[in-house]
Design a protein around this ligand. Structure first.
Ligand code: SF4
Length: 145
């Protein structure tokens, strides 16, 4: 059993987490790494708004609930512009709390994929690495649109 927490971009703070929860259930996108494992969501919150002050504290509460892994939600990558602090969050959480960080939750929706492809947002090695699990395929991107 892996227990996980999710941190979303505060720009989407009214989101009902439908896509993240669907992807968790279907083991899609960032959750495809748990194909043969049981997982439990033990916490979900936002970064607290730029510059992401809640990332300093929220993992502690999730850890008390047994979380070993924090997923930084796909919204951090697909927002306009993508979160400029993604890298800091990715480094801070393991350093401070000894927890693993996975970048991405649900598959990238088709509309975001198309716009960012046009903008060339993800045309770099580091972005290629970040979106690897959530880029999925056309059919899945349509399903998450
Ligand atoms: S862009 Fe980054 S720091 Fe700003 S609200 Fe979104 S996740 Fe938080």
């Amino acid at each position: 059993m892996k227990r996980i927490g999710i941190i979303i971009c505060h720009r989407y703070h009214t989101c009902a987490a439908g896509k993240c929860l669907r992807a968790m259930r279907n083991r899609e996108g960032g959750f495809s790494i748990y194909k043969d494992e049981e997982i439990e969501l033990v916490g979900i919150t936002t970064c607290g708004g730029c510059p992401g002050g809640n990332v300093e504290y929220a993992p502690a509460e999730m850890k008390k609930n047994g979380a070993e892994i924090i997923h930084l939600a796909t919204g951090l990558m697909v927002g306009y512009p993508p979160c400029p602090r993604l890298e800091e969050f990715r480094k801070f959480i393991p350093a401070k709390y000894g927890m693993q960080v996975v970048i991405g939750t649900h598959p990238i929706p088709k509309s975001y994929y198309e716009t960012h492809s046009q903008l060339g947002t993800w045309k770099s090695e580091i972005w290629g690495e970040r979106i690897k699990a959530v880029i999925t395929d056309e059919e899945t991107r349509i399903a998450y649109n």
